[in-house]
Ligand binder design. Structure first.
Ligand code: SF4
Length: 332
């Protein structure tokens, strides 16, 4: 499969009065053409910082990409000037945020906002841009697009507003769409409609999607592959089937045990006890040690090696590493 984006050993930190927060600590993943990669984890695990780094939207200061590269079309996005990034943002890589109201200008009609977005990146006439805008509104399922074009954001429901935000993100036909908690602010029925819309759009346009979410129900519906993040690292990644049916990292298992399952009658929800580590001074060993019921002595001392279980499935956990026993003796 064709790779459209490569994130290699990405590190992102934030300088604060209390010290440096190491929010992303060596994240590596690929995104392939036409797939949906879900990045999941608790709040503060670094998933949104990772996606904002791809868009170079981390405010500097206090944030900074301290190491790593983000390769897109042969260019390292971490090295581009802001002016070069502006031509990529919105045109080649687009982003959808959680709350559609913050992404839309309440004082301008949605049609005008769409047309402005198109004209920023494409040298076409206003009339042609309007035609593209109508097509996009139609694509995302806004009924009567010619009429709705003249309406302001407050004249739409929450679900319709999110459809408009999706139309705005797709208007320049990007290769990568990053959706950061796109359904969290919506009720469950509208959420299902928006997820169907993502699948439909992907089929029609071939866009690659990075879905950032804490909701495993959402992931189960749309993801092809899943990366599980914890304390700034991807601790397990694999196909949807591998993560849901053969999870290997105790944190992934904990996440799955803490969501309601309709297929398991009478199954109890088991929360993950404890809290994530302080990222001002992250532990040298496995960051899940304090919460892990399988933790061994080595876990606290050294970060586990990556174990590859299949082409897509890998996990960072000493339980999977046959060298764990040697490591026990060799680590001082
Ligand atoms: Fe638990 Fe150790 Fe595996 Fe970390 S490395 S998840 S502490 S067993």
């Amino acid at each position: 499969m064709e790779k459209v984006l490569e994130v290699i050993d990405l590190h992102v930190s934030f300088k604060t009065y209390g010290g440096e927060v190491k929010a992303v600590r060596g994240v590596t993943f690929d995104l392939y053409k036409g797939e949906t990669l879900a990045i999941v984890g608790e709040s503060g695990c670094g998933k949104s910082v990772t996606s904002q780094s791809i868009m170079r939207l981390i405010p500097n200061p206090p944030g900074r990409i301290t190491n790593g590269s983000i390769l897109f079309k042969g260019k390292d996005l971490t090295k581009l000037k802001e002016t070069q990034m502006r031509s990529i943002r919105g045109a080649d890589i687009s982003m959808i945020f959680q709350d559609p109201m913050t992404a839309l200008n309440p004082t301008i009609t949605i049609g005008e906002q769409l047309v402005e977005g198109i004209l920023q990146h494409k040298s076409i006439s206003r009339q042609e841009a309007k035609k593209v805008a109508f097509e996009m509104l139609d694509l995302v399922g806004i009924p009567n697009p010619h009429e709705r074009f003249k309406h302001h954001p407050h004249q739409f429901s929450g679900g319709m507003r999110q459809r408009i935000v999706i139309a705005m993100a797709l208007v320049c036909k990007p290769e990568v769409l990053i959706a950061d908690e796109p359904t969290t602010a919506l009720d469950v029925t509208i959420q299902a409609q928006i997820l169907d819309l993502f699948k439909d759009i992907q089929k029609k346009t071939g866009v690659s999607i990075i879905l950032i979410t804490h909701d495993l129900g959402v992931v189960a519906q749309v993801a092809d592959r899943i990366a599980v993040m914890y304390a700034g690292k991807i601790v397990e990644a694999g196909s949807r089937r591998e993560i849901f049916y053969q999870p290997q990292h105790p944190y992934t298992k904990g996440l799955l045990n803490s969501v309601p399952r309709l297929d398991l009658e009478g199954a109890e929800l088991v929360p993950i006890a404890g809290t994530p580590p302080d990222l001002f001074s992250p532990p040298a060993g496995c960051p899940f040690t304090a919460r892990c019921s399988y933790a061994m002595e080595v876990c606290d001392r050294a970060y586990p090696f990556k174990t590859h279980l299949s082409q897509d499935h890998h996990v960072d956990c000493w339980l999977q590493d046959e060298r764990a026993m040697n490591r026990l003796t060799s680590v001082k």
